[in-house]
Design a protein around this ligand. Structure first.
Ligand code: FAD
Length: 447
Protein backbone atom coordinates (compact mmCIF):
# COMPACT_ATOMS: atom_id res chain seq x y z
CA UNK A 1 0.00 0.00 0.00
CA UNK A 2 1.29 3.47 -0.83
CA UNK A 3 1.58 5.83 2.10
CA UNK A 4 2.45 9.49 1.84
CA UNK A 5 5.40 10.97 3.67
CA UNK A 6 6.24 14.45 4.85
CA UNK A 7 7.65 16.72 2.14
CA UNK A 8 11.38 17.36 2.50
CA UNK A 9 12.48 20.55 4.15
CA UNK A 10 14.42 21.47 1.06
CA UNK A 11 17.10 24.11 0.97
CA UNK A 12 19.15 24.18 -2.19
CA UNK A 13 22.84 24.90 -2.64
CA UNK A 14 22.11 27.21 -5.59
CA UNK A 15 19.21 28.39 -7.70
CA UNK A 16 19.19 25.26 -9.88
CA UNK A 17 18.94 22.08 -7.77
CA UNK A 18 21.89 19.73 -8.27
CA UNK A 19 21.04 16.05 -8.61
CA UNK A 20 24.03 13.72 -8.57
CA UNK A 21 23.63 10.01 -9.38
CA UNK A 22 26.69 7.89 -8.56
CA UNK A 23 26.87 4.68 -10.61
CA UNK A 24 25.65 4.37 -14.20
CA UNK A 25 24.62 0.70 -14.12
CA UNK A 26 21.26 -1.01 -14.63
CA UNK A 27 19.57 1.37 -12.17
CA UNK A 28 21.67 4.56 -12.30
CA UNK A 29 21.79 5.02 -16.09
CA UNK A 30 18.06 4.40 -16.33
CA UNK A 31 17.37 6.96 -13.60
CA UNK A 32 19.67 9.64 -14.96
CA UNK A 33 18.09 9.30 -18.43
CA UNK A 34 14.61 9.74 -16.98
CA UNK A 35 15.71 12.69 -14.79
CA UNK A 36 17.24 14.41 -17.79
CA UNK A 37 13.93 14.13 -19.65
CA UNK A 38 11.73 15.15 -16.72
CA UNK A 39 13.92 17.86 -15.16
CA UNK A 40 17.30 18.47 -16.81
CA UNK A 41 16.14 19.29 -20.33
CA UNK A 42 13.34 21.47 -18.95
CA UNK A 43 15.87 23.58 -17.05
CA UNK A 44 14.47 22.48 -13.70
CA UNK A 45 17.60 20.77 -12.36
CA UNK A 46 21.25 20.16 -13.05
CA UNK A 47 21.66 16.39 -13.49
CA UNK A 48 25.08 14.73 -13.18
CA UNK A 49 26.12 11.09 -13.49
CA UNK A 50 29.36 9.87 -11.90
CA UNK A 51 30.91 6.53 -12.81
CA UNK A 52 34.37 5.04 -12.43
CA UNK A 53 34.13 3.64 -15.98
CA UNK A 54 33.69 5.44 -19.29
CA UNK A 55 31.04 3.10 -20.61
CA UNK A 56 27.98 1.20 -19.49
CA UNK A 57 27.47 -2.53 -19.87
CA UNK A 58 24.19 -4.09 -18.83
CA UNK A 59 25.45 -6.30 -15.99
CA UNK A 60 23.17 -9.30 -16.65
CA UNK A 61 25.02 -9.78 -19.95
CA UNK A 62 28.51 -9.87 -18.36
CA UNK A 63 28.63 -13.67 -18.73
CA UNK A 64 28.17 -13.20 -22.49
CA UNK A 65 31.09 -10.72 -22.58
CA UNK A 66 33.24 -13.20 -20.68
CA UNK A 67 32.36 -16.01 -23.09
CA UNK A 68 33.11 -13.68 -26.03
CA UNK A 69 29.56 -13.99 -27.42
CA UNK A 70 28.98 -10.24 -26.89
CA UNK A 71 31.42 -7.52 -27.86
CA UNK A 72 32.19 -3.81 -27.49
CA UNK A 73 29.32 -2.69 -29.77
CA UNK A 74 26.93 -3.52 -26.90
CA UNK A 75 28.56 -0.89 -24.63
CA UNK A 76 27.12 2.60 -24.21
CA UNK A 77 29.61 5.46 -23.93
CA UNK A 78 28.67 7.74 -21.00
CA UNK A 79 30.16 10.76 -22.78
CA UNK A 80 28.06 10.27 -25.91
CA UNK A 81 24.94 9.28 -23.97
CA UNK A 82 25.16 12.28 -21.62
CA UNK A 83 25.66 14.64 -24.54
CA UNK A 84 22.63 13.24 -26.38
CA UNK A 85 20.38 13.17 -23.29
CA UNK A 86 21.33 16.47 -21.70
CA UNK A 87 23.03 15.52 -18.42
CA UNK A 88 26.66 15.91 -17.30
CA UNK A 89 28.97 12.92 -17.02
CA UNK A 90 31.89 13.01 -14.57
CA UNK A 91 34.49 10.26 -14.44
CA UNK A 92 35.32 9.49 -10.81
CA UNK A 93 35.35 6.84 -8.12
CA UNK A 94 32.99 7.35 -5.19
CA UNK A 95 35.07 7.93 -2.05
CA UNK A 96 32.67 9.32 0.53
CA UNK A 97 30.30 12.14 1.42
CA UNK A 98 30.81 15.47 3.12
CA UNK A 99 27.36 15.75 4.69
CA UNK A 100 27.97 19.19 6.14
CA UNK A 101 28.70 20.84 2.79
CA UNK A 102 26.60 18.38 0.77
CA UNK A 103 29.50 17.25 -1.37
CA UNK A 104 30.18 13.85 -2.86
CA UNK A 105 33.89 13.08 -2.71
CA UNK A 106 35.57 11.32 -5.65
CA UNK A 107 38.87 9.47 -5.75
CA UNK A 108 41.15 9.80 -8.78
CA UNK A 109 40.68 7.37 -11.67
CA UNK A 110 43.86 5.97 -13.24
CA UNK A 111 44.15 4.15 -16.55
CA UNK A 112 45.95 0.82 -17.08
CA UNK A 113 49.28 2.68 -17.41
CA UNK A 114 48.62 4.39 -14.05
CA UNK A 115 48.10 7.76 -15.72
CA UNK A 116 45.56 9.87 -13.85
CA UNK A 117 42.43 10.36 -15.97
CA UNK A 118 40.55 12.34 -13.37
CA UNK A 119 41.88 13.81 -10.09
CA UNK A 120 40.32 13.63 -6.63
CA UNK A 121 37.45 16.10 -6.60
CA UNK A 122 34.22 17.03 -4.88
CA UNK A 123 30.80 17.64 -6.44
CA UNK A 124 28.04 19.61 -4.78
CA UNK A 125 24.65 17.95 -4.49
CA UNK A 126 21.17 18.85 -3.33
CA UNK A 127 19.90 15.33 -3.97
CA UNK A 128 22.35 12.42 -4.10
CA UNK A 129 21.51 8.93 -5.39
CA UNK A 130 23.93 6.08 -4.69
CA UNK A 131 23.65 3.31 -7.30
CA UNK A 132 27.08 1.68 -7.20
CA UNK A 133 25.92 -1.95 -7.26
CA UNK A 134 27.44 -4.94 -5.46
CA UNK A 135 30.18 -7.55 -5.75
CA UNK A 136 30.23 -11.30 -5.33
CA UNK A 137 30.77 -12.56 -1.79
CA UNK A 138 33.83 -14.68 -0.98
CA UNK A 139 32.41 -15.47 2.49
CA UNK A 140 35.95 -15.03 3.86
CA UNK A 141 37.15 -18.18 2.03
CA UNK A 142 40.97 -18.26 2.00
CA UNK A 143 42.67 -17.82 -1.38
CA UNK A 144 39.62 -16.56 -3.29
CA UNK A 145 40.79 -13.00 -3.94
CA UNK A 146 44.24 -14.19 -5.09
CA UNK A 147 43.31 -17.19 -7.22
CA UNK A 148 39.81 -16.68 -8.59
CA UNK A 149 38.43 -14.64 -11.44
CA UNK A 150 35.21 -12.69 -10.90
CA UNK A 151 32.30 -11.51 -13.00
CA UNK A 152 31.41 -8.28 -11.26
CA UNK A 153 32.72 -5.63 -13.64
CA UNK A 154 33.26 -5.23 -17.40
CA UNK A 155 37.05 -5.32 -16.82
CA UNK A 156 36.74 -8.64 -15.00
CA UNK A 157 34.46 -10.06 -17.70
CA UNK A 158 36.97 -9.06 -20.40
CA UNK A 159 39.83 -10.58 -18.40
CA UNK A 160 37.92 -13.85 -18.08
CA UNK A 161 37.25 -13.83 -21.85
CA UNK A 162 40.94 -13.42 -22.58
CA UNK A 163 41.97 -16.12 -20.05
CA UNK A 164 39.53 -18.61 -21.59
CA UNK A 165 40.71 -17.86 -25.12
CA UNK A 166 44.35 -18.17 -24.01
CA UNK A 167 43.60 -21.47 -22.28
CA UNK A 168 42.03 -22.90 -25.45
CA UNK A 169 44.92 -21.62 -27.63
CA UNK A 170 47.50 -23.11 -25.26
CA UNK A 171 45.70 -26.46 -25.36
CA UNK A 172 45.55 -26.40 -29.15
CA UNK A 173 49.20 -25.42 -29.69
CA UNK A 174 50.54 -27.78 -27.05
CA UNK A 175 51.85 -24.91 -24.92
CA UNK A 176 49.67 -26.41 -22.20
CA UNK A 177 50.25 -30.13 -21.89
CA UNK A 178 46.84 -31.68 -21.64
CA UNK A 179 47.73 -35.38 -21.22
CA UNK A 180 44.87 -37.64 -20.14
CA UNK A 181 43.53 -35.14 -17.62
CA UNK A 182 40.62 -33.03 -18.74
CA UNK A 183 41.25 -29.26 -18.72
CA UNK A 184 38.73 -27.86 -16.28
CA UNK A 185 36.98 -24.55 -15.69
CA UNK A 186 35.34 -24.44 -12.26
CA UNK A 187 32.59 -22.00 -11.34
CA UNK A 188 31.83 -21.56 -7.65
CA UNK A 189 28.20 -20.56 -7.15
CA UNK A 190 25.13 -22.19 -8.67
CA UNK A 191 22.93 -19.08 -8.69
CA UNK A 192 21.77 -17.42 -11.89
CA UNK A 193 25.25 -15.95 -12.60
CA UNK A 194 27.11 -19.27 -12.23
CA UNK A 195 24.52 -21.26 -14.18
CA UNK A 196 24.29 -18.75 -17.03
CA UNK A 197 28.08 -18.50 -17.24
CA UNK A 198 28.50 -22.30 -17.35
CA UNK A 199 25.95 -22.72 -20.18
CA UNK A 200 27.43 -19.80 -22.13
CA UNK A 201 30.97 -21.18 -21.77
CA UNK A 202 29.88 -24.59 -23.04
CA UNK A 203 28.42 -22.93 -26.12
CA UNK A 204 31.52 -20.74 -26.56
CA UNK A 205 33.99 -23.65 -26.33
CA UNK A 206 31.94 -25.55 -28.94
CA UNK A 207 32.05 -22.51 -31.21
CA UNK A 208 35.82 -22.21 -30.70
CA UNK A 209 36.00 -25.82 -31.91
CA UNK A 210 34.27 -24.72 -35.10
CA UNK A 211 36.65 -21.75 -35.40
CA UNK A 212 39.93 -23.59 -35.79
CA UNK A 213 40.68 -24.77 -32.24
CA UNK A 214 40.43 -28.38 -33.41
CA UNK A 215 41.00 -29.93 -30.01
CA UNK A 216 37.73 -28.45 -28.85
CA UNK A 217 35.87 -30.51 -31.44
CA UNK A 218 36.48 -33.46 -29.14
CA UNK A 219 33.41 -33.51 -26.86
CA UNK A 220 34.20 -32.57 -23.31
CA UNK A 221 37.84 -31.65 -24.01
CA UNK A 222 37.11 -28.79 -21.60
CA UNK A 223 35.33 -29.90 -18.43
CA UNK A 224 33.06 -27.34 -16.80
CA UNK A 225 32.08 -27.81 -13.16
CA UNK A 226 29.59 -25.79 -11.13
CA UNK A 227 30.02 -26.02 -7.35
CA UNK A 228 27.06 -25.07 -5.17
CA UNK A 229 26.85 -25.24 -1.36
CA UNK A 230 23.04 -25.54 -1.29
CA UNK A 231 21.04 -28.61 -2.30
CA UNK A 232 19.76 -27.03 -5.53
CA UNK A 233 20.67 -24.60 -8.28
CA UNK A 234 19.19 -21.08 -8.64
CA UNK A 235 17.39 -20.94 -5.30
CA UNK A 236 15.34 -17.95 -6.60
CA UNK A 237 13.38 -20.36 -8.83
CA UNK A 238 10.72 -22.82 -7.63
CA UNK A 239 12.21 -26.23 -6.68
CA UNK A 240 10.89 -28.06 -9.74
CA UNK A 241 12.55 -25.52 -12.04
CA UNK A 242 15.87 -25.86 -10.21
CA UNK A 243 15.64 -29.55 -11.09
CA UNK A 244 15.01 -28.64 -14.75
CA UNK A 245 18.04 -26.33 -14.73
CA UNK A 246 20.13 -29.21 -13.35
CA UNK A 247 18.96 -31.52 -16.17
CA UNK A 248 19.72 -28.85 -18.77
CA UNK A 249 23.25 -28.34 -17.43
CA UNK A 250 23.85 -32.09 -17.32
CA UNK A 251 22.68 -32.37 -20.92
CA UNK A 252 25.33 -29.76 -21.82
CA UNK A 253 27.97 -32.00 -20.18
CA UNK A 254 28.37 -29.64 -17.26
CA UNK A 255 29.28 -31.35 -14.04
CA UNK A 256 27.20 -29.98 -11.13
CA UNK A 257 28.19 -30.58 -7.53
CA UNK A 258 25.43 -29.70 -5.08
CA UNK A 259 25.81 -29.67 -1.26
CA UNK A 260 29.50 -28.97 -1.84
CA UNK A 261 31.37 -26.34 0.15
CA UNK A 262 34.66 -24.78 -0.84
CA UNK A 263 37.13 -24.68 2.07
CA UNK A 264 39.92 -22.77 0.33
CA UNK A 265 41.35 -21.97 -3.08
CA UNK A 266 44.99 -22.11 -4.16
CA UNK A 267 46.72 -21.85 -7.52
CA UNK A 268 44.61 -23.93 -9.96
CA UNK A 269 43.13 -25.98 -7.15
CA UNK A 270 40.01 -25.93 -5.00
CA UNK A 271 40.02 -27.64 -1.62
CA UNK A 272 36.51 -28.86 -0.89
CA UNK A 273 35.19 -29.12 2.68
CA UNK A 274 35.19 -32.95 2.46
CA UNK A 275 38.96 -32.84 1.78
CA UNK A 276 38.88 -33.45 -2.00
CA UNK A 277 41.20 -31.36 -4.17
CA UNK A 278 39.60 -30.28 -7.44
CA UNK A 279 42.07 -29.15 -10.10
CA UNK A 280 40.96 -26.37 -12.43
CA UNK A 281 42.90 -24.18 -14.87
CA UNK A 282 40.42 -21.36 -14.41
CA UNK A 283 38.38 -20.79 -11.25
CA UNK A 284 35.52 -18.28 -11.37
CA UNK A 285 33.95 -17.09 -8.12
CA UNK A 286 30.27 -16.28 -8.67
CA UNK A 287 28.79 -16.96 -5.24
CA UNK A 288 26.43 -14.64 -3.38
CA UNK A 289 26.64 -10.87 -3.21
CA UNK A 290 28.17 -8.34 -0.87
CA UNK A 291 28.05 -4.57 -0.91
CA UNK A 292 30.40 -2.59 -3.09
CA UNK A 293 33.45 -1.91 -0.87
CA UNK A 294 33.22 1.83 -1.55
CA UNK A 295 29.97 1.98 0.46
CA UNK A 296 31.98 1.47 3.66
CA UNK A 297 33.27 5.02 3.14
CA UNK A 298 29.74 6.44 3.43
CA UNK A 299 30.36 6.46 7.15
CA UNK A 300 27.27 8.23 8.39
CA UNK A 301 24.81 5.94 6.61
CA UNK A 302 23.26 2.90 8.29
CA UNK A 303 24.59 -0.43 7.05
CA UNK A 304 22.06 -3.23 6.53
CA UNK A 305 22.21 -6.84 5.31
CA UNK A 306 25.26 -7.91 3.25
CA UNK A 307 26.92 -4.54 3.98
CA UNK A 308 24.42 -2.66 1.81
CA UNK A 309 22.98 0.70 2.84
CA UNK A 310 19.73 0.50 4.76
CA UNK A 311 16.93 2.56 3.23
CA UNK A 312 13.46 3.66 4.28
CA UNK A 313 10.48 2.64 2.11
CA UNK A 314 10.93 6.02 0.38
CA UNK A 315 14.44 4.79 -0.65
CA UNK A 316 16.04 7.55 1.43
CA UNK A 317 19.02 6.57 3.57
CA UNK A 318 17.72 6.05 7.11
CA UNK A 319 19.40 9.15 8.55
CA UNK A 320 19.98 11.44 5.55
CA UNK A 321 16.91 12.94 3.88
CA UNK A 322 18.77 14.15 0.80
CA UNK A 323 20.44 10.82 0.01
CA UNK A 324 18.66 8.00 -1.85
CA UNK A 325 20.08 4.53 -2.43
CA UNK A 326 18.92 2.12 -5.14
CA UNK A 327 19.59 -1.22 -6.83
CA UNK A 328 22.04 -3.74 -5.40
CA UNK A 329 23.58 -1.06 -3.10
CA UNK A 330 20.31 -0.67 -1.15
CA UNK A 331 19.05 -2.87 1.64
CA UNK A 332 15.35 -2.29 1.03
CA UNK A 333 12.66 -4.23 2.87
CA UNK A 334 10.32 -6.33 0.68
CA UNK A 335 7.25 -5.66 2.80
CA UNK A 336 5.19 -8.46 1.19
CA UNK A 337 7.78 -11.12 2.08
CA UNK A 338 9.39 -9.60 5.20
CA UNK A 339 12.88 -9.90 3.72
CA UNK A 340 15.26 -7.62 1.79
CA UNK A 341 14.63 -7.16 -1.94
CA UNK A 342 16.84 -9.42 -4.07
CA UNK A 343 19.81 -7.96 -6.00
CA UNK A 344 18.14 -8.00 -9.40
CA UNK A 345 18.03 -5.80 -12.50
CA UNK A 346 14.24 -5.91 -12.23
CA UNK A 347 14.42 -4.20 -8.81
CA UNK A 348 16.89 -1.57 -10.08
CA UNK A 349 14.64 -0.88 -13.09
CA UNK A 350 11.50 -0.35 -10.99
CA UNK A 351 13.40 1.79 -8.48
CA UNK A 352 14.69 4.01 -11.31
CA UNK A 353 11.13 4.58 -12.53
CA UNK A 354 10.03 5.29 -8.96
CA UNK A 355 12.92 7.63 -8.05
CA UNK A 356 12.35 9.75 -11.14
CA UNK A 357 8.93 10.68 -9.72
CA UNK A 358 10.14 10.74 -6.12
CA UNK A 359 12.89 13.26 -6.90
CA UNK A 360 10.39 15.46 -8.73
CA UNK A 361 8.30 15.30 -5.52
CA UNK A 362 11.36 16.34 -3.53
CA UNK A 363 12.06 19.35 -5.76
CA UNK A 364 8.41 20.43 -5.74
CA UNK A 365 8.06 20.02 -1.97
CA UNK A 366 5.38 17.38 -2.46
CA UNK A 367 5.01 14.51 0.05
CA UNK A 368 7.22 11.49 -0.66
CA UNK A 369 5.85 8.03 -1.50
CA UNK A 370 6.84 4.48 -0.58
CA UNK A 371 8.39 2.17 -3.13
CA UNK A 372 6.44 -1.02 -3.85
CA UNK A 373 8.16 -3.83 -5.74
CA UNK A 374 6.15 -5.88 -8.24
CA UNK A 375 7.78 -9.26 -8.77
CA UNK A 376 7.40 -10.35 -12.41
CA UNK A 377 9.26 -13.65 -11.88
CA UNK A 378 12.76 -14.95 -12.66
CA UNK A 379 14.39 -16.29 -15.80
CA UNK A 380 17.75 -18.00 -16.27
CA UNK A 381 19.39 -18.13 -19.71
CA UNK A 382 20.88 -21.49 -20.65
CA UNK A 383 22.74 -20.53 -23.87
CA UNK A 384 21.81 -18.25 -26.75
CA UNK A 385 18.64 -20.13 -27.67
CA UNK A 386 17.03 -21.29 -24.46
CA UNK A 387 16.05 -20.14 -20.98
CA UNK A 388 13.92 -21.34 -18.12
CA UNK A 389 11.98 -19.66 -15.35
CA UNK A 390 8.69 -18.62 -13.89
CA UNK A 391 6.78 -15.46 -14.72
CA UNK A 392 4.02 -13.71 -12.83
CA UNK A 393 1.18 -11.88 -14.48
CA UNK A 394 -1.96 -10.29 -13.12
CA UNK A 395 -4.25 -12.33 -15.38
CA UNK A 396 -2.29 -15.61 -15.59
CA UNK A 397 -0.88 -15.86 -12.06
CA UNK A 398 2.49 -17.65 -11.76
CA UNK A 399 3.44 -19.88 -14.69
CA UNK A 400 6.49 -21.77 -15.88
CA UNK A 401 8.17 -20.87 -19.15
CA UNK A 402 10.95 -22.76 -20.95
CA UNK A 403 12.88 -22.91 -24.20
CA UNK A 404 12.83 -20.42 -27.07
CA UNK A 405 9.89 -18.41 -25.72
CA UNK A 406 11.58 -18.09 -22.32
CA UNK A 407 14.76 -16.90 -24.04
CA UNK A 408 12.73 -14.21 -25.86
CA UNK A 409 11.18 -13.14 -22.51
CA UNK A 410 14.69 -13.05 -20.99
CA UNK A 411 15.88 -10.83 -23.84
CA UNK A 412 12.88 -8.59 -23.33
CA UNK A 413 14.26 -7.54 -19.91
CA UNK A 414 17.36 -6.25 -21.70
CA UNK A 415 15.25 -4.63 -24.41
CA UNK A 416 13.19 -2.84 -21.74
CA UNK A 417 16.42 -1.45 -20.29
CA UNK A 418 17.69 -0.41 -23.73
CA UNK A 419 14.38 1.31 -24.49
CA UNK A 420 14.52 3.18 -21.16
CA UNK A 421 18.06 4.49 -21.71
CA UNK A 422 18.13 4.83 -25.52
CA UNK A 423 14.49 5.44 -26.41
CA UNK A 424 12.35 2.89 -28.28
CA UNK A 425 13.48 3.82 -31.81
CA UNK A 426 17.19 3.50 -31.00
CA UNK A 427 16.66 0.36 -28.95
CA UNK A 428 14.83 -1.22 -31.89
CA UNK A 429 17.54 -0.20 -34.37
CA UNK A 430 20.28 -1.50 -32.04
CA UNK A 431 18.43 -4.81 -31.67
CA UNK A 432 17.95 -5.21 -35.43
CA UNK A 433 21.59 -4.25 -36.08
CA UNK A 434 22.84 -6.64 -33.45
CA UNK A 435 20.85 -9.52 -35.04
CA UNK A 436 22.15 -8.52 -38.50
CA UNK A 437 25.76 -8.17 -37.28
CA UNK A 438 25.63 -11.67 -35.87
CA UNK A 439 25.21 -12.92 -39.44
CA UNK A 440 28.26 -11.09 -40.81
CA UNK A 441 30.82 -11.11 -38.03
CA UNK A 442 32.30 -14.01 -36.03
CA UNK A 443 29.87 -15.28 -33.42
CA UNK A 444 32.68 -15.18 -30.89
CA UNK A 445 35.24 -12.54 -29.98
CA UNK A 446 38.42 -14.36 -31.09
CA UNK A 447 41.11 -11.94 -29.91
C1 FAD B 1 26.30 -12.48 -14.87
C2 FAD B 1 25.10 -11.82 -14.22
C3 FAD B 1 23.83 -12.15 -14.67
C4 FAD B 1 22.70 -11.52 -14.09
N1 FAD B 1 21.47 -11.85 -14.59
C5 FAD B 1 20.38 -11.21 -14.11
C6 FAD B 1 19.08 -11.49 -14.64
O1 FAD B 1 18.94 -12.32 -15.52
N2 FAD B 1 18.02 -10.81 -14.13
C7 FAD B 1 18.16 -9.87 -13.15
O2 FAD B 1 17.14 -9.28 -12.73
N3 FAD B 1 19.37 -9.59 -12.60
C8 FAD B 1 20.49 -10.24 -13.06
N4 FAD B 1 21.73 -9.95 -12.52
C9 FAD B 1 21.82 -8.97 -11.42
C10 FAD B 1 21.82 -7.54 -11.99
O3 FAD B 1 22.84 -7.41 -12.93
C11 FAD B 1 22.00 -6.52 -10.86
O4 FAD B 1 21.04 -6.74 -9.88
C12 FAD B 1 21.87 -5.09 -11.41
O5 FAD B 1 22.85 -4.83 -12.40
C13 FAD B 1 21.99 -4.07 -10.26
O6 FAD B 1 21.93 -2.79 -10.81
P1 FAD B 1 22.67 -1.57 -10.07
O7 FAD B 1 22.36 -0.36 -10.88
O8 FAD B 1 22.35 -1.59 -8.64
O9 FAD B 1 24.23 -1.91 -10.17
P2 FAD B 1 25.15 -2.18 -11.44
O10 FAD B 1 24.36 -2.51 -12.64
O11 FAD B 1 26.16 -3.17 -10.97
O12 FAD B 1 25.86 -0.78 -11.69
C14 FAD B 1 26.78 -0.22 -10.78
C15 FAD B 1 27.50 0.93 -11.48
O13 FAD B 1 28.28 1.63 -10.49
C16 FAD B 1 29.58 1.88 -10.99
N5 FAD B 1 30.46 1.92 -9.82
C17 FAD B 1 30.78 0.90 -9.01
N6 FAD B 1 31.58 1.34 -8.02
C18 FAD B 1 31.76 2.65 -8.21
C19 FAD B 1 32.46 3.67 -7.52
N7 FAD B 1 33.16 3.41 -6.39
N8 FAD B 1 32.44 4.92 -7.99
C20 FAD B 1 31.74 5.22 -9.14
N9 FAD B 1 31.05 4.30 -9.83
C21 FAD B 1 31.05 3.03 -9.37
C22 FAD B 1 29.84 0.73 -11.94
O14 FAD B 1 30.83 1.07 -12.91
C23 FAD B 1 28.46 0.50 -12.57
O15 FAD B 1 28.29 1.29 -13.72
C24 FAD B 1 22.87 -10.57 -13.05
C25 FAD B 1 24.16 -10.26 -12.60
C26 FAD B 1 25.27 -10.87 -13.17
C27 FAD B 1 26.66 -10.52 -12.67
Amino acid sequence: MTTTKQALDFEMNEALPKIVVVGGGAGGLNLVTRLSRSLGRKGKADVTLVDENLSHIWKPSLHEFSAGTKGPDEEISFLEHSNRNGYKFRLGRFAGINYQDRQVMLDPVLNEQNIELSPARALLYDVLVLAIGSRSNDFGTPGVSEHCLFLDTPTEAKRLQSEILNLCLRMETGALHVGDEKVRIAIVGGGATGVELAAELREATEQLGRNGIDLLQIPESVGITVIEAADRLVAALPKALSQNVLHELNSLNIDVRLNTRVASVSDKSIKLADGEDLKAEIIVWAAGILSNKALATAVDLEIGSLGRLKVRPTLQATNQDHIFVMGDAADCEWAEKGQPLPPRAQVAFQQAEFLNTQIQNVLSNRPLKDFTYKDHGSLVALSSSTAIGSLMGRALGTFTIKGWLARRAYKYLHYQHEAAVQGHARALIRTVLSVAMRRVRPQLKLH
